[in-house]
Design a protein around this ligand. Structure first.
Ligand SMILES: Cc1cc2nc3c(=O)[nH]c(=O)nc-3n(C[C@H](O)[C@H](O)[C@H](O)COP(=O)(O)OP(=O)(O)OC[C@H]3O[C@@H](n4cnc5c(N)ncnc54)[C@H](O)[C@@H]3O)c2cc1C
Length: 225
């Protein structure tokens, strides 16, 4: 028996092209893409980008009102699509479906804590650009060059901390440990909504710590890989 495909709609497919490629750090680029007419999204959502038969998901980093769409891509060595994006030139064409996903901001009376690793910062850039401010933002980075969109977060976050792993002599505004160490040792007791985005292991470990230290907290997650 075939069940009717009730209520399932095929996502719209849009054509786009590269307007600009910007190097954010040695291994990461921002691509600004043509925003197709009629494409709307909520800050925090992602698109599924196609090149031929290959597709990968990318969170939008631009504001929902911006005239173009920005994505922030880490170039994965031996990856299929990200090296293509890392070398993309003006006018290179792609297609995408979307918007996809539910990793959007939920206003509440609890304090928002955004936690990202690497390019997991992208949806938070979009959310802050959409007008959300006063948040705590923890960004797990390997070095200071990976503090993507630092100017934006210095302006809009109440507390913005780049977590540098095990580095011993941190600069101002950085923490010499992982984001999970900060959650376990530095974040004071309180009522929080946590938004976690990036590596699966970080999200797993952060969830354990939050469950242990902050009962009653809400946790929203977006796993990149
Ligand atoms: C919901 C969602 C949103 C995403 N948003 C972004 C985004 O905004 N920016 C972004 O750079 N990536 C994002 N990704 C990851 C992206 O979809 C691709 O997986 C990534 O670009 C690698 O694709 P690839 O074809 O080059 O490598 P593949 O050939 O698919 O994979 C190669 C290997 O790289 C690993 N890998 C994937 N992503 C990373 C990474 N960032 N760092 C290290 N290793 C990785 C994979 O686990 C795999 O083992 C997102 C993924 C999901 C599921």
């Amino acid at each position: 028996m075939t069940l009717p495909d009730k209520g399932r709609s095929v996502p719209a497919r849009y054509k786009t092209a590269v307007l600009q490629r910007r190097q954010l750090s040695p291994g990461t680029v921002q691509l600004d893409l043509v925003r197709p007419h009629g494409f709307e999204f909520t800050a925090g959502q992602k698109i599924r980008l196609y090149r031929g038969n290959v597709s990968r998901d990318y969170s939008l980093a631009s504001a929902p009102t911006a005239p173009f769409l920005s994505i922030c891509v880490r170039i994965v060595a031996k990856g299929v699509l990200s090296p293509v994006l890392g070398a993309a030139k003006k006018n290179d064409s792609f297609s995408f479906t979307g918007p996809h996903g539910y990793f959007v901001f939920h206003p509440s009376n609890r304090h928002p804590v955004f936690v990202a690793t690497g390019t997991g910062i992208a949806p938070f850039a979009s959310i802050c650009r959409s007008g959300v401010s006063g948040v705590t933002l923890l960004h797990g980075v390997r070095d200071l060059k990976q503090r993507y969109y630092a100017e934006l977060f210095n302006r809009s976050a109440k507390q913005y901390v780049a977590c540098l792993g095990s580095r011993k002599n941190p600069a101002q505004g950085t923490y010499p440990g992982r984001v999970t160490d900060f959650l376990a040792e530095k974040l004071p007791p309180g009522d929080y909504d946590f938004y976690l985005c990036g590596r699966r292991e970080m999200i797993r470990d952060a969830t354990w710590i939050i469950d242990d230290r902050f009962s009653g907290a809400r946790i929203y997650t977006e796993i990149f890989y």
